[in-house]
Design a protein around this ligand. Structure first.
Ligand code: 5GP
Length: 121
């Protein structure tokens, strides 16, 4: 069940500010409050989806397409598209998702050392 009091819901309602990078009808992109890389931007759908499962079950193809377009356009706007970046979605409790509104992280601005993040046994 979607929690209307989560921090990204408050950002979407304009109750708390964000440093907006990009927006379309279906998605909003803004800088992470605690950047882990020179480029660290979050992209969220505007609909009330806790995780990818809810997004898949509830979002129209137009919403999904709008979200994906916003991800690519945001990476371009922040200058990461040319050199590359990492796209991460922490999803659900095993994925260590902290904010219960589906989102992806765009991480870039410098080369990421190492390859794929290894899961701990
Ligand atoms: P995750 O849920 O994928 O673990 O990460 C949530 C992300 O949201 C974190 O990187 C955290 O720094 C970011 N975050 C948490 N609260 C806020 C906020 O109020 N504003 C912004 N811009 N980012 C936030």
């Amino acid at each position: 069940m979607y929690d209307q009091t989560n921090i990204f819901a408050k950002i979407l309602r304009g109750e708390i500010p964000c440093k907006k990078v990009h927006e379309n009808d279906h998605a909003l992109a803004f800088h992470d409050i605690s950047p882990q890389m020179p480029v660290h931007v979050l992209v969220i759908p505007k609909g009330p989806y806790t995780n990818l499962e809810e997004f898949n079950a509830g979002a129209s193809l137009e919403e999904m397409g709008g979200f994906m377009r916003a991800v690519a356009e945001t990476a371009n706007l922040v200058g990461a598209a040319q050199s590359g970046y990492r796209l991460i979605a922490n999803n659900g409790s095993d994925g260590h998702q902290e904010v219960p509104h589906f989102h992806v992280h765009i991480l870039g601005g410098r080369p990421i050392m190492g390859g794929m993040i290894k899961a701990q046994d």
